[in-house]
Design a protein around this ligand. Structure first.
Ligand SMILES: *[C@@H]1O[C@H](CO)[C@@H](O)[C@H](O)[C@H]1NC(C)=O
Ligand SMILES: *[C@@H]1O[C@H](CO)[C@@H](O)[C@H](O)[C@H]1NC(C)=O
Ligand SMILES: *[C@@H]1O[C@H](CO)[C@@H](O)[C@H](O)[C@H]1NC(C)=O
Length: 250
């Protein structure tokens, strides 16, 4: 019960933020093509469920035998538990220099990693995250704004954002089709985590994220039947958009 209240509160919060995100994405908010405002009502709810699926799975402290099952334990952690490094990439020392002492480990509702991601998110949100990456961990609004920024922003210019891949704005190229990348929830995992979970068949790390999406589809009244066929719901057979990049998958 408590868990459901938390989800309802979270949903209200996310919907309140929806207007702000269209600006983050550089779109005119009147076009209604932002986060949770694209397509018909069903599609809008599905996108919220997809976003929450990522949030729930990435912040979960649940495990297989926990009460309510592993999907009932999202929004537990607000930062990476055991960072093995500070995630400072010197390649970006001119654009997004690491602040001495700062650590850019995973933080937020959909965790961001690395100085260049903190730098880019900070620019978009107009907050100095390079000097203060800890803000994302301390401020829940920022934790969700950074997550929505990540959802709305392509990793590379020629590629779709998770948002575009999910709502169908993205039209796969011939290469995408050859490499089994199709619009849907699976493509959002591909964009956000790449080879960390995709293109390896039905691995647990991927299925865990997909099952959170289905859980939230049920919780929001859409129903898991809208999750899509296996090739749309998962990225089991998809080749990663960006093989060998440093997109951490936590
Ligand atoms: C909502 O849009 C989806 C595709 O974006 C479509 O499949 C579905 O039929 C639409 N539902 C209604 C009620 O119009
Ligand atoms: C949290 O972040 C938001 C968005 O940047 C900001 O408006 C708010 O003042 C911050 N809250 C605190 C307590 O710093
Ligand atoms: C398609 O994939 C091939 C092989 O990976 C690559 O050489 C080519 O540049 C790609 N074409 C486009 C348009 O991305």
């Amino acid at each position: 019960m408590e868990k459901q209240n938390a989800v309802v509160l979270l949903l209200l919060f996310v919907l309140l933020l929806a207007d702000a995100t269209t600006t983050v994405n550089g779109e005119d908010s009147n076009t209604k093509k932002g986060f949770g405002t694209t397509g018909n009502k069903t599609m809008q709810m599905m996108e919220i469920a997809a976003f929450l699926g990522h949030v729930g799975s990435k912040t979960s402290c649940g495990y297989g035998v926990a009460t309510g099952g592993p999907t009932a334990w999202g929004l537990c952690y607000n930062h990476e538990m055991s960072p093995s490094q500070t995630y400072c990439d010197d390649y970006y020392k001119l654009t997004y220099p690491c602040t001495p002492g700062a650590e850019y480990y995973g933080r937020g509702a959909i965790p961001i990693y690395w100085n260049y991601n903190y730098g880019a998110a900070g620019e978009a949100l107009k907050v100095n995250l390079l000097d203060h990456p800890e803000y994302i961990e301390q401020n829940a609004t920022l934790a969700f704004q950074a997550a929505i920024w990540k959802w709305m922003t392509p990793v590379k210019k020629a590629q779709p954002s998770a948002h575009d891949a999910f709502v169908g704005n993205w039209k796969p190229t011939k290469n995408d089709t050859i490499e089994h990348r199709v619009p849907g929830f699976g493509a959002t995992m591909n964009i956000l985590y790449g080879e960390g979970v995709c293109g390896q068949g039905d691995v647990d790390s991927m299925n865990n994220i997909a099952s959170h999406f289905l859980y939230y589809l049920d919780l929001l009244g859409v129903g898991r039947g809208k999750g899509g066929t296996h090739d749309v719901l998962t990225c089991a057979e998809q080749r990663p958009f960006n093989p060998n990049t440093k997109i951490a998958s936590s």
